[in-house]
Each structure stands twice: as structure tokens, then as C-alpha cells.
Design a binder for this molecule. Structure first.
Ligand SMILES: C[S@@+](CC[C@H](N)C(=O)[O-])C[C@H]1O[C@@H](n2cnc3c(N)ncnc32)[C@H](O)[C@@H]1O
Length: 461
């Protein structure tokens, strides 16, 4: 480990990753549920990413919002080199990536402050001194009314993982290409000896064991990396005049769709007592959270939040083919989803996109029941939320340039940029599905995949 690392594992570069949860227009919609207004995304704005890695998400976002200005900062030179190469290839002039650390940023605030910030996979992976630098950066770099996103490990799901983290730090390292092999074997043997104990920890390990050594060096092999409680993060961020707003993904704010009635009652009590987010994490056994914090975002009056939400354009969608458009915690979906209502909603929405209010008005339900069905359809991925048409159209060319590079990279050396840029949703779509990847490179296009991409505003090249 080198001395500029400040405790961060810099001996391997981080995997290229993309995060669909980072999407400013969608953040603003999530914010409507808590009656707050985020910075406008239909005119020029400034977006900052802290610890952007090779900046795939940031660069895709720059393609989605060509009128805005994007800056990514990361202290690992390899990440910066990779990011700049992608920016050049996609011919984007509204995004820069700089090699700096947070301490340097904290003593060099910009002339013009930023409207949005994102830090995914950073906070719980750095030590408290570096966290304090991040707070100082946010305090000096963010404008009044700004919105900041944090993607971080949650204590509710991670607290049981202490034995795994201990084994990964204590077991000897293997040869370079298999450096966690002894730790992986030790964990497997430990589970064998413990019979059927700790089912939740086993599930977490099953997921982690499929990840690469590079990923595990951050999650398990590092001194930092364990989870925190959201209220504790909120307390620390108050040093940057920031307050907790809501989950970044709209449907994650809709607990009543995912929990049983007695669970909702317990959660409401905790909300009333001021520890609702911790209770929510415990109820969902969360290992990761995607949260928004705001720096004085204005409050909306009366039913303004809901009426703005109802103007959202929606189109028929389905989770088939594994398009990563947003993270839906649907395993816990407990409310009755009437398939015929879902079909009517999808039929009314069509593939072009129509305001949610118009779609719901075709159902013949009262306003409350209609809204509940519409939100359930969004949560179940039967609908997808889209940007206003004019904003999507303004981003078609820049997204096409980004997506052309993605195709070229898959064709030339199999190297994969993990996402496509969607002008229609104003965010990235992760490339988890093999069918989607094949479609991008095969001579004969897959007609169903092409139809889905058209909904996302992604046209064939
Ligand atoms: C786990 S990675 C996440 C990368 C990216 N945000 C993503 O989600 O794919 C954390 C990133 O933070 C960067 N980082 C860690 N400590 C830093 C510091 N003190 N200053 C600047 N960047 C830092 C690392 O180089 C790394 O790219």
C-alpha cells in the first residue's frame, strides 16, 4: 500500500462499474415523495462525482445531459487515464476527470458551486479522516439547494459479516492471481463446520464469493468497508449543512408496497420516534443503501409533490432480458398486484410514453386507488419513468456517440463498458444481460431487444 492511499486499497485498480441509481432527473422524482424540489435538470447545471473511479457512469450522464457540466475526481491515476480515454472516444466536451484527492479539494473550492454530487462506493470504504475531508468538500463545493447522492454499505446487512472481514484480513495472501484463495477456502471450511447456522450470513457470502478478488479487496480485505447506519451518516453530513432527504430510487421510498401490515405499523412507530431509516434497514435486511441528502432543497406546498409526480411520462416496461434500468427490491413485494390492472396500465401507457395521470385516468378507479396502482406498476417494473420528450431529444446525438464506443469496445477486444446511455430516462442502463450484449454486436439484431432499446431512446447505429 502506498502512502498517498490514506488507508484505501490502491494496490489494484477498481473494476469498471456503472450505477443506474445515479440519475439526477430521477432523483428529483424521488424527492417529490418527500415534498422537496431538486435543482432543475432541463437547463445548465453542475454535477460533481467524488471518487468516480474510471467514471463510466459520470461520462454516460454527460451524454444524457449535454447542456450540463460534469466533473469527476479520483486520486488513482489509472482510473483517470481510463476515464479520459472514454471521454475522448465519445467526443464529449461537457465532462472532465481530474486526478486529485479529497484533501486537495477541501483547500481549493471552485469559483462556481455544484448543484449535484455523487459518491458511490466511497464513504464506507475510507477512514474517518478522509470522511471528514469529504464533508469539508461538500460544505464548500455545493450550492444552496444542492442534492448529494451516497451509495454505501448498510450496517443492518453488514453487521453479521464481521467474521468474514476478519478472516479476509487475517488469512495469508495467496499468489498474485489468487491472493484471496486461502481466505476464500477458510470461509468455506468455517461454514462447513458450522452446519446450518447463520443463514443470512451464508446468503451474503454466496453473493460475495462470486465477486472478483479486486472487488473483495474493497469489501472484505480492507480495514474500512463495513456498513453504517443512515442516521449516523446524516449526523456527519450535517457538518456540510446537509439533511437526509429520501432513497435515490423512487420505489425504495414506498415501504407500504413491500411490507406486511404489522411491519408497516412497526416502521411507522420508528419513523415517529426519529429512527425510521434504521428501522427500514433492519426490516429489509439491507446490505447497501442509495440515499439522497439535500442542502436546503425547497419544500413544496400541499399536494404539489404528488401532482408533479403525476405529470411523469411513463411507458410500458417489463423486467425481462435483465436491462438494468433501476434497482427494484421486488423480492419483498407483498401487496396484491392484479395482473389485469397491470395489463390495462401497460396498454394505456404504450411504448411512446404518456403522463402517469392520463394513464391512470383510463382505469376507472378513484384517485387514491389509481395512484396506488400506478406506483405499484412502477415498483414492479411494469412501467418505466421517462423524461419529457424535448429533454430526451436533446440528448440523442451525444448518447449515440457514447453508445457507439460501448459497441466498438465489445467488438474489438471484448472489453466491456458496463452501460449504455439512455436519452429517454436520463441515466445509464447497465449491461448485465448477455442477450443485450449479443444484440449490440450480432449481425442480426434481436427484434425484441431493439424494441426495448427504442423505449429507452437508444436507436440502432
Ligand atoms: C470503490 S471505488 C468506487 C468507484 C466508483 N464510484 C464506482 O462506484 O464504480 C472508490 C473510489 O474512490 C477513490 N478514492 C478513495 N479514496 C480517495 C481519496 N482520498 N481521494 C480521491 N479519491 C479517492 C478510489 O480511487 C476509487 O476509485
Amino acid at each position: 500500500m502506498s502512502d498517498w492511499s490514506q488507508g484505501y486499497p490502491t494496490d489494484t485498480s477498481y473494476i469498471d462499474n456503472a450505477q443506474a441509481e445515479i440519475a439526477p432527473a430521477r432523483w428529483n422524482r424521488s424527492l417529490l415523495l418527500v415534498k422537496r424540489q431538486g435543482p432543475a435538470t432541463n437547463r445548465p447545471f453542475r454535477f460533481l462525482e467524488l471518487g468516480c473511479g474510471s467514471a463510466t457512469t459520470l461520462i454516460a450522464l454527460a451524454a444524457c445531459y449535454p447542456q450540463a457540466e460534469f466533473l469527476g475526481v479520483d486520486f488513482m491515476p489509472e482510473h483517470v487515464v481510463r476515464a479520459r480515454q472514454l471521454i475522448d472516444e465519445a467526443e464529449l466536451s461537457n465532462v472532465r476527470v481530474e486526478e486529485r484527492d479529497f484533501a486537495e479539494m477541501a483547500v481549493d473550492p471552485p469559483a462556481e458551486r455544484f448543484d449535484f454530487a455523487a459518491a458511490h462506493g466511497v464513504w464506507t470504504w475510507v477512514d474517518p479522516a478522509v470522511q471528514a475531508q469529504i464533508v469539508s468538500v461538500l460544505n464548500q463545493w455545493l450550492a444552496p439547494g444542492a442534492l448529494a447522492y451516497f451509495g454505501y454499505n448498510s450496517a443492518a446487512g453488514w453487521s453479521a459479516a464481521a467474521p468474514l472481514r476478519r478472516i479476509f484480513r487475517a488469512a495469508p495472501r495467496g499468489p498474485a492471481e489468487q491472493r484471496f484463495a486461502p481466505a476464500r477456502q477458510a470461509v468455506e471450511r468455517w461454514f462447513d463446520l458450522r452446519g446450518t447456522e447463520s443463514p443470512a450470513l451464508r446468503r451474503l457470502w454466496k453473493k460475495l464469493s462470486e465477486a472478483s478478488d479486486e472487488f473483495l479487496s474493497h469489501e472484505l480485505g480492507s480495514t474500512n468497508g463495513t456498513g453504517i447506519w443512515p442516521e449516523d451518516l446524516g449526523q456527519t453530513l450535517s457538518g456540510a449543512k446537509m439533511s437526509y432527504a429520501c432513497p435515490a430510487v423512487l420505489v425504495e421510498g414506498l415501504d407500504a408496497l413491500f411490507l406486511e401490515d404489522d411491519e408497516v405499523a412497526w416502521l411507522r412507530e420508528a419513523v415517529g420516534q426519529g429512527w425510521g431509516e434504521t428501522a427500514r434497514d433492519l426490516m429489509h435486511a439491507r446490505t447497501f443503501r442509495n440515499d439522497l441528502f439535500h442542502r436546503g432543497a425547497p419544500l413544496l406546498q400541499g399536494g404539489e409533490g404528488m401532482s408533479r409526480l403525476l405529470t411523469t411520462r411513463v411507458a410500458a416496461w417489463s423486467p425481462e432480458f435483465g436491462f438494468g434500468t433501476h434497482n427494484v427490491p421486488k423480492e419483498r413485494m407483498t401487496r396484491h398486484l392484479d395482473p389485469s390492472v397491470l395489463r390495462s396500465i401497460q396498454g394505456a401507457a404504450g411504448t411512446e410514453g404518456r403522463p402517469l395521470a392520463e394513464v391512470l385516468s383510463t382505469l376507472g378507479l378513484d384517485a387514491q386507488a389509481g395512484l396506488q396502482s400506478g406506483l405499484m406498476a412502477l415498483a414492479a417494473n411494469a412501467l418505466i419513468d421517462l423524461r419529457p420528450q424535448a429533454e430526451a431529444e436533446a440528448a440523442v446525438d451525444s448518447c449515440a456517440r457514447f453508445n457507439r464506443v460501448v459497441r466498438k469496445r465489445i467488438e474489438t477486444d471484448g472489453a466491456l463498458i458496463q452501460c449504455l446511455a439512455s436519452p429517454a430516462i436520463g441515466g445509464c442502463v447497465t449491461l448485465g444481460s448477455a442477450r443485450l450484449q449479443d444484440h449490440l454486436t450480432d449481425e442480426t439484431p434481436d427484434a425484441q431487444v431493439a424494441e426495448r432499446l427504442a423505449v429507452l431512446g437508444i436507436q440502432p447505429d
